[in-house]
Ligand binder design. Structure first.
Ligand SMILES: [Zn+2]
Length: 480
């Protein structure tokens, strides 16, 4: 029988920051339109005598991120040198933070198996990205582009708190949502804005960690889950066969769906860390911390949205729609404050994940002027029976255009006819003109009433309240 193995996963996320300039120089932080090696200067190319200056914007973004990670900011912070040689590192070292990272311990809540769980954050630190090497297929040379060298990064180091590939994926998605909603990163995963290394081990004894491997450089949530599943099975198979896990760095081959060995423990670097001599340690003032935090203090964090939507019975993927669209979640919260009723709030969500998404997908401009106030008013018009849900659907695009639902209804005469006297008049006329209806009804054919309701809807161009019409038809037929 196969023994029970518990996987343990810890994650390091590298997120590129949405600053205007690079980490230690004034080069543009956006190289998407630049030719290779044009967005560079003596500082990020590490010319002798050049000196780095810390980008104030990167510190501000770190303070914002700390807010989202429920973490303390270290007022006393400093940079260190991590020494290694690689052709895409012009300095021969990386400026990073080892002893005094700017963000201390915190946590991220994730929703897994219907419950909220806390995943610990060990710390997060600022550092710079390296350049980029490419190895053209079939050639005997490599190319290097230093445009990316010096791009500001924050590395977020989790505690080894995750125990399944799905849990790891949820954690990654949650941190991504936090970092993007707070404007810390642009979150462009295809361009390397959000990459991660996964540490994974399996053990039979939950109190003792197994030997771990590190899966390097993933940039998709789905692949992280696939790679972890593969790696957990691989490790279990080795242990079941009486073998030992090698502590090593492994890569992920997406097309083959396998992990492969890259570097063993014996080849591990000795980075010879020491305090960065070109940057003095610094102390952050309370005023600076407070002013950096203030732009994001009122932003509703993804987890708060998730908790609200879970209460309304929304599934994880539906929650993600609102979490990924801050404008849409703002509309939801505005509407839900006005409606202040669970069943009506659920209706607001249905509009937002249904018809509204259809508009966003099909509209070229995606120019929405939908407000929570107008959405709430549309829902209230249906709820009070003033308009039919069919009418609501018909006018929804105009509501997205910024028009008030009651104005549209009044201008276009779309009010549902619920007025008893008016409806009774229409019904009497229909019965009079169709004498067979009464005959059929009296002989026990209840479907005859349905025919009259259909005629009422036609006569009112669909503006009669169908429930009300049915009630009155039966009442009148019974009386005759
Ligand atoms: Zn530069």
């Amino acid at each position: 029988m196969q023994k029970k193995y518990v996987p343990t996963i810890g994650i390091e996320i590298h997120t590129q920051l949405a600053t205007r300039s690079k980490m230690f120089c004034s080069c543009d932080n956006d190289s998407t339109k630049s030719e290779p090696n044009t967005n560079v200067c003596p500082v990020c190319l590490a010319f002798p005598g050049s000196l780095p200056v810390v980008n104030k914007g990167s510190i501000e973004l770190a303070i914002r991120l700390a807010h989202g990670l429920n973490a303390e900011i270290s007022k006393d912070t400093s940079f260190d040198r991590k020494n290694y040689f690689y052709p895409d590192s012009p300095k021969g070292y990386q400026i990073t933070q080892m002893d005094k990272p700017i963000i201390g311990s915190g946590f991220v809540e994730i929703l897994i198996d219907g419950e909220f769980r806390k995943i610990g954050i060990h710390h997060a630190h600022l550092e710079e990205d390296a350049g980029k090497s490419t190895h053209p297929i079939g050639s005997d040379y490599s190319l290097v582009d230093f445009n990316r060298a010096g791009t500001p990064l924050i590395e977020i180091v989790s505690e080894p708190d995750m125990h399944s590939p799905e849990e790891a994926k949820r954690y990654l998605q949650e941190v991504y949502a936090i970092a993007t909603v707070l404007g810390v990163t642009h979150g462009d995963m295809e361009h390397g804005n959000f990459k991660f290394d996964l540490n994974i081990s399996v053990s039979e004894d939950t109190n003792v960690l197994g030997i771990r491997t590190e899966l390097k450089n993933l940039n998709s949530f789905r692949n992280a889950e696939r790679a972890l599943k593969y790696e957990i099975n691989r490790q279990i198979e080795i242990l079941e066969g009486g073998g030992k896990i090698q502590q090593e760095t492994r890569g992920w081959n997406d097309s083959k769906g396998i992990t492969f060995s890259q570097r063993g423990k014996e080849q591990a670097h000795d980075y010879r860390y020491f305090p960065e001599p070109d940057l003095p340690p610094f102390e952050l003032s309370d005023i600076f911390i407070e002013s950096s935090r203030s732009p994001v203090k009122d932003i509703v964090l993804p987890i708060v949205i998730r908790k609200n939507l879970k209460d309304l019975g929304l599934k994880y993927d539906e929650q993600d729609i609102l979490i990924g669209q801050s404008q849409t979640s703002d509309i939801f919260f505005e509407a839900s404050n006005i409606l202040n009723n669970k069943s009506l709030e659920k209706k607001a969500v249905n509009w937002l994940v249904g018809d509204y998404q259809a508009f966003l997908t099909s509209s070229e401009t995606k120019n929405s002027k939908l407000t929570g106030k107008n959405l709430a008013s549309l829902i209230e018009l249906v709820e009070s029976g003033k308009i039919s849900s069919k009418t609501a659907k018909q006018i929804f695009n105009k509501v997205i255009d910024g028009h008030s639902p009651s104005d549209i209804v009044n201008q276009e005469g779309l009010l549902q006819v619920s007025d008893d006297a008016e409806l009774e008049k229409i019904i009497s006329e229909i019965i009079e003109n169709n004498p067979k209806v009464l005959e059929d009804y009296k002989s026990g054919n209840v479907k005859a009433a349905g025919f009259v309701v259909g005629q009422v809807m036609q006569a009112t161009k669909g503006q009669a309240n169908p429930g009300k019409a049915n009630e009155l038809v039966v009442k009148l037929l019974d009386k005759l």
